[in-house]
Design a protein around this ligand. Structure first.
Ligand code: BES
Ligand code: MN
Ligand code: ZN
Length: 497
């Protein structure tokens, strides 16, 4: 990863950089501090250029002007806030992203965090900083030509705010979350020859520096525990499987933990039910659920969240070889139930079945939330706009939906039910791992639910949101680190003591 942003927080009293960024609503009126810093004539210059270039102050749109005569800076960059009636819901992270995008790399700029008619609070300024940070991320570790690396260059921003001390404090939290998101992005972007189960476990181990307890279970341990469904998926690979248990103890000893579980298939060929070749390289992202869990624990630990949180990730590589699992095989999962393997490409649910059972059994959590790039069918249903949410708890549904709207990492609830559950009954075993095309995401969720007892549980199918991301104001990375902000927000709003 490269950090392409240098960030400072200062008072609204000077302009030191080559660019000055100011915010305006649809009336194109500058805030007091912006007007003072931009200099005489800035307002009339803006009015003339806005008319000529059809700039209307729409949210996150921008206009770049030469500075007025005699100013000490070079470019005046005006970014829109949209209509003042919608100011209450303005997404400040997206605003920060739009600002970084307008500026581009290799510049140094002062950003005036002030808007006409309303205060920008410290927390909101920190969100702008978060957006700047997320937009400035590039994954260029494997680019050897400096031309590719330097194109963007480092961006230096001085964020100018009303209350620098309060903003610096809020920034610490935002930086913890940003670090978690960027860690998740790195993991998703890494190539599968570099990031295989053992290496993934080593990277998770690094959370120990932040005070997270990290336990790595190897194949010997997993056999002893009885995770045969998970081991069956990994048995066709030269790389050994791993399960990693992470614990952040930020609350009292007697506080029940919350638990997050991630699918970590470091590469999914489909196994013997081999996937078609075109686009198979994308299956390096089939560990985005696990990446999110590691990123989330990083964020929680780095901001010292007052919560006990468990992260458990199942790490395997799904490969076809002479030892690989076959369609027709029957395996017993940790729950004791037997599974007929119909399709070796429906491997994520096999991994999660064991890890879910293990987590509820060992930790008796307040809730379990799992994330998985589980089905292509969720893309058919929801495209890349929402993660699929399946849950046995209306309370979790409501809280996750709200956290989604607050962070922009939105979820959409999908049904569970007896009729769908019946579809995974098997002729030969307790259940089968695939029920064909119809309701593919739901039958996958039903399979997971057969491995969940009466604990509140939610499954997020992130095949559409967790990898191969569309560009947005806060993300230009293939791996977006989806879910870290969502779940951090969920914890912050409801589960911290
Ligand atoms: N990892 C895939 C799902 C996936 C597809 C993730 C596209 C991201 C983008 C999963 O293991 C898989 O192969 N699912 C199958 C299930 C089927 C065999 C029942 C699918 O979606 O086709
Ligand atoms: Mn698969
Ligand atoms: Zn998969």
């Amino acid at each position: 990863m490269s950090q392409r942003l240098k960030l400072e927080i200062k008072a609204l009293d000077a302009v030191e950089g080559r660019d000055l960024v100011v915010l305006v609503g649809e009336d194109l009126v500058l805030s007091g501090p912006a007007e003072a810093l931009a200099g005489r004539d800035a307002t009339s210059l803006l009015a003339r250029m806005a008319a000529a270039s059809h700039f209307k102050g729409k949210a996150f749109s921008g206009l770049t002007l030469p500075s007025p005569e005699g100013a000490a800076y070079e470019r005046l960059i005006v970014v829109g806030l949209g209509p003042s009636s919608e100011r209450g819901e303005l997404d400040f992270a997206t605003l920060g992203g739009a600002i970084a995008g307008r500026l581009g790399g290799g510049r140094d700029a002062d950003v005036v965090a002030a808007m006409p008619g309303a205060e920008i609070e410290a927390k909101q300024a920190a969100e702008i900083a978060l957006g700047l940070r997320l937009r400035s991320y590039r994954f260029d570790r494997y680019k050897t030509k400096s031309k590719d690396k330097d194109e963007a260059g480092t961006l230096s921003v001085t964020l100018r705010v009303t209350d620098p001390a309060a903003t610096r404090k809020a920034l610490k939290v935002a930086e913890a979350i940003a670090a978690g998101v960027l860690l998740a992005r790195d993991l998703v972007n890494e190539p599968p020859n570099v990031l295989y189960p053992e290496e993934f476990a080593d990277r998770a181990k690094k959370l120990e520096k932040l005070g997270v307890e990290v336990e790595v279970l190897d194949e010997k341990d997993l056999k002893k525990i009885g995770m045969r469904a998970l081991l069956g998926v990994g048995q066709g690979s030269r790389r050994e499987s791993r399960v990693v248990v992470m614990r952040w103890n930020g609350a009292g000893k007697s506080d029940e933990p919350v638990a997050f579980i991630g699918k970590g298939v470091t590469f999914d060929t489909g196994g013997i039910s081999l996937k078609p070749g075109a686009g198979m390289e994308d299956m390096k992202g089939d560990m985005a659920g696990a990446a999110c869990v590691v990123g989330l624990l990083h964020a929680l630990a780095a901001r010292k969240a007052k919560v006990n949180a468990i992260g458990v990730i199942g790490l395997v590589e799904n490969m076809p070889d002479g030892n690989a699992q076959r369609p027709g095989d029957i395996v017993a999962s940790l729950s004791g139930q037997t599974i007929e393997i119909i399709n070796t490409d429906a491997e994520g649910r096999l991994v999660l079945a064991d890890v879910l059972w293990y987590t509820q059994d060992r930790f008796k959590p307040r809730f379990m939330i799992n994330l998985a790039t589980l089905t292509g069918a969720i893309l058919v249903a929801l495209a890349q706009e929402n993660a699929g949410l399946f849950t046995n708890s209306d309370e979790l549904a409501q809280r996750l939906t709200a956290a989604g709207l607050a962070t922009g990492e939105t979820v959409w609830r999908m049904p569970l039910g007896k009729a769908y559950d019946k579809m995974i009954d098997s002729k030969f075993a307790d259940m089968k791992n695939s029920a064909g095309r119809y309701a593919g995401s739901i039958t996958a969720a039903q399979f997971l639910q057969r491995h969940v007892n009466d604990v509140p549980w939610a499954h997020l199918d992130i095949a559409g949101t967790g990898m191969a991301a569309k560009d947005s104001e806060i993300n230009r990375s293939w791996g977006p680190g989806w879910g870290v902000r969502l779940l951090d927000r969920l914890v912050r709003d409801h589960y911290e003591s």
